[in-house]
Ligand binder design. Structure first.
Ligand SMILES: Nc1nc2c(ncn2[C@@H]2O[C@H](COP(=O)(O)OP(=O)(O)OP(=O)(O)O)[C@@H](O)[C@H]2O)c(=O)[nH]1
Length: 463
């Protein structure tokens, strides 16, 4: 490429940056029943929550809170009989239940027992703050025990229902050399629907973390054979610094506990819990850690993804591309830059919303076609695809196939308008170089594709 072309490229990149900146739910109303069942669509799966409550005032408050936080799909019932009927009806989709202890036909928690026996995570709602009753239910396998002590407790109970539905996404690694202690913690965690992985030593825990990057919470006993819990926490925070893992340290050692707590927190533990601990204290701390980890994951997502299309953004692409290229050191790697042709016209003629639909459609096509590859939206109407280990001719064939696919696509932009678009693609192939260097060469090729008529693939193999 000559100098004037390069200069044009820079100008064009500048323009592009400027342009980038512009930038079945099922409702069942069963009258006269006061069992509440929620049907919430999460993706394609229908999730049902069951709430059993006979007090009309409490039911009304719950209905209001649930509608605000979980959805608008509520069914009521007030008796054990109704609860059993709904349990049977919705067994396949029941995510969790909120159950009153005292019902007209079940005054001693029989409904709670039925729900627990059916294997549904259960939050008990009760007017009684009796310690004996609390312990009886906790030992029977309920997830939580909430007293009817005002609005904030109802809010908590409903939040807990939602939590129970999501906990399966947060595998917990339990690290303790005592099988008895592990089993006790596992029983508590199971009532909250956490997937569990066990380790009896720090070394075993590290193996699990290496094999299972989806581990989100780690409970670590300090006294372990070999490497101790504190050293394990230090190593995990060092080795997996960007991984979202909530860590709770535990210890039965009394002597020097204050210093141990401080050491753990300084080393990256989020919490410290002295043994022995109460069922609820343990699960509350696990819940807090899960919430913090979930918030961290959301922040990571927001920082790495494009809001409109859900694709990765340029910042994430550059970093992740370099990491992938490092693993493909001595082979040919390719990177493609793809840009929609005359996209300004689409916006001008059909409106910005139609333009957004085009961008979302193209993104979905890219994600589906290149699901095994790293792709991203790197500018307003510009996308990048990294093809590690793929040579120039293969990369050109792949991209030309995609170009033709897009050319043949009819995009429904609502209002009955069906649009056709074309894309121009530049490809850089090289056996060395950083993601940014490849990006720059691919951009020059893209410019040439545009200049020579658009709806084309232009590639360069720089070796
Ligand atoms: N609808 C929509 N348009 C966007 C978005 N981001 C950038 N654009 C538009 O993308 C268009 C890019 O226009 P140009 O850079 O002139 O390029 P073009 O019209 O595609 O022409 P060539 O690339 O030369 O074929 C501008 O109209 C931007 O407003 C977005 O998020 N949504």
């Amino acid at each position: 490429m000559n100098t004037s072309q390069s200069a044009y490229c820079l100008e064009r990149r500048h323009d592009l940056r400027q342009s980038t900146t512009k930038k079945r739910p099922l409702v069942i109303n069963v009258l006269f029943l006061t069992t509440l069942s929620l049907y919430v669509l999460r993706g394609t799966a229908v999730v049902t929550y069951l709430v059993v409550e006979d007090d009309p005032v409490v039911s009304k408050i719950l209905k209001h809170i649930i509608r605000q936080s979980l959805g608008d799909h509520v069914v009521y019932a007030s008796t054990l009989q109704d609860a059993l009927y709904l349990l049977k009806q919705h067994r396949q989709t029941l995510a969790a239940a909120l159950v009153d202890v005292c019902l007209p036909d079940a005054p001693n928690g029989e409904a709670v027992d039925a729900i627990v026996t059916a294997g549904v995570p259960c939050v008990v709602l009760t007017a009684s703050n009796n310690e004996e009753t609390r312990q009886r239910f906790l030992q029977s396998g309920i997830a939580d025990y909430v007293t009817k002590d005002g609005r904030y407790w109802y809010l908590y109970a409903v939040k807990m229902l939602a939590r129970l539905e999501r906990n399966h996404l947060f595998p917990v690694l339990v690290v303790d050399d005592s099988k008895v202690c592990r089993n006790t913690m596992i029983r508590m965690l199971e009532t909250h629907r956490y997937p569990i992985i066990e380790a009896s030593s720090a070394e075993e825990a590290l193996e699990h973390l290496e094999k299972s990057p989806e581990i989100r919470i780690m409970v670590v006993e300090h006294e372990l054979p070999g490497m101790n819990g504190l050293e394990l926490v230090q190593m995990v925070r060092y080795k997996y610094s960007s991984r979202p893992i909530g860590i709770i340290a535990i210890s039965g050692v009394n002597c020097g506990r204050e210093q141990l707590t401080v050491d753990f927190i300084k080393s990256g533990a989020d919490d410290f819990l002295p043994k022995p601990f109460d069922h609820q204290e343990f699960t509350c701390r696990i819940t807090n850690s899960t919430l913090a980890t979930e918030a961290f994951i959301q922040l990571q997502e927001q920082a790495s993804k494009d809001y409109l299309t859900g694709m990765f953004n340029r910042r994430y692409f550059s970093k992740a591309a370099d990491e992938r290229l490092d693993k493909y050191n001595n082979v040919k790697n390719s990177m493609a830059l793809l840009d929609i042709d005359f996209f300004k016209k689409t916006n001008d003629e059909f409106g910005h919303q139609a333009g957004d639909i085009v961008l979302k459609t193209l993104s979905a096509e890219l994600l589906q076609t290149f699901s095994q590859l790293l792709s991203a939206r790197v500018g307003g109407e510009e996308f990048a695809i990294l093809m590690p280990g793929i040579n120039s001719s293969r990369a050109s064939a792949l991209m030309d196939g995609f170009r033709r696919h897009i050319e043949g696509l009819l995009i429904d932009v609502e209002d009955g308008d069906l649009l056709r678009i074309t894309v121009s693609i530049g490809i850089c192939t090289t056996s060395g170089g950083s993601a940014e260097q490849m990006f720059s060469v691919a951009d020059e090729c893209l410019y040439r594709a545009k200049l020579s008529g658009r709806n084309k693939v232009v590639s360069v193999d720089d070796d």
